[in-house]
Design a protein around this ligand. Structure first.
Ligand SMILES: NC(=O)c1ccc[n+]([C@@H]2O[C@H](COP(=O)([O-])OP(=O)(O)OC[C@H]3O[C@@H](n4cnc5c(N)ncnc54)[C@H](OP(=O)(O)O)[C@@H]3O)[C@@H](O)[C@H]2O)c1
Length: 159
């Protein structure tokens, strides 16, 4: 699972991200490239197009939802998506949000890549609480604030 949250667990507003941190985006690409990503329909639409060089697994309740693209598969049942990925032989997939999707898969993940951004403000989507007792902090890197970006911390937790 990968997420970037603000001081009050903020994730997004009006189906957009809340900050622009190029180094964090680069990291997102590094973690997800070549692996299937699992996203809620809203997050998928917020990308504007399927993320390239990865299978985009989109979760929606809408049985009529269609997206005709070789790198996009649509599921209505979150567990069916996981079963599909296992059956296809993928060893690792990355849950990329948003809030509902994080919540659904929180108990199944082995690793959490979490960016904590020193930012607070208006948001309509929040990262759900997770049981930190069940995870071990494996890596932590701090990035100083610049004129363009707030201070942020990159953490990797392992179950
Ligand atoms: N900061 C970050 O790291 C980060 C990461 C990801 C997203 N975001 C932000 O988060 C916001 C979007 O997140 P969100 O929480 O609003 O939406 P979301 O989780 O991306 O998508 C929600 C949609 O997923 C589908 N869904 C949810 N639960 C389901 C279930 N049990 N079964 C089947 N389908 C299900 C539904 O689609 P239908 O309505 O089509 O049925 C629901 O409306 C945006 O602002 C985005 O920029 C931030």
């Amino acid at each position: 699972m990968i997420a970037a949250m603000g001081k009050n667990r903020e994730l997004g507003l009006d189906n957009k991200l809340l900050w622009k941190i190029p180094a964090d985006m680069k990291n997102f690409v590094k973690v997800t490239k070549g692996k299937p990503i699992i996203v809620g329909r809203k997050t998928f639409e917020s990308f504007g197009r399927p993320l390239p060089k990865r299978l985009n697994v989109v979760i929606t309740r809408n049985k009529d939802y269609k997206y005709d693209h070789e790198n996009v598969v649509i599921f209505h049942d979150p567990q069916a998506a996981v079963n599909f990925l296992k059956d296809e032989g993928y060893e690792e997939s990355v849950v990329c949000g948003g809030a509902f999707i994080y919540e659904i898969y929180m108990n199944e993940i082995d690793r959490l890549y979490l960016s904590r951004v020193d930012w607070q403000g208006e948001a309509d989507t929040f990262f759900p609480p997770f049981d930190e007792g069940k995870f071990k902090l494996d890596e932590e890197i701090e990035f100083e604030a610049t004129d363009e970006t707030p201070f942020w911390k990159y953490e990797v937790y392992k179950r």
